[in-house]
Design a protein around this ligand. Structure first.
Ligand SMILES: [Zn+2]
Length: 124
């Protein structure tokens, strides 16, 4: 048991995993999102309120951070090894970036809200 753990601590890792799966960080069953990115007002299973979450631009920053760190070195490697036409390289990597960003954004947002819930931020 951690020295500073209290009965009010919530499991951060579990909340991040549930959030990544776009499920309620409290029960892990109810869907957190209504559509692609919209957050429900509360969980349909355990009534955990989500209306006070403040993810704002955080998930977008994290998504760009991850995507950029994956693709920037890859683009350099591809360019150095194969010397493709720059237009082909740019269009290819734009499409790959959009795909990765669309995949990551709702999952990162869910994990972000899961972290806010676990740390009792913004009224959780
Ligand atoms: Zn729930």
């Amino acid at each position: 048991m951690e020295l500073n753990a209290s009965k009010y601590d919530r499991p951060v890792k579990q909340a991040l995993i549930h959030g990544w799966k776009r499920k309620c960080p409290n029960c892990g069953s109810g869907p957190m999102m209504d559509g692609y990115l919209a957050i429900r007002n509360e969980c349909a299973f355990c009534s955990q309120a989500f209306h006070h979450q403040r993810a704002d631009d955080g998930p977008a920053y994290i998504t760009i951070l991850i995507s950029g760190h994956l693709l920037a070195p890859l683009m350099l490697i591809i360019f150095e090894w194969y010397r493709p036409d720059p237009l082909v390289l740019a269009v290819s990597f734009i499409l790959i970036f959009i795909t990765i960003a669309l995949f990551l954004l709702p999952r990162v947002k869910g994990a972000f809200i899961g972290l806010q819930w676990a740390k009792r931020m913004h009224g959780f």
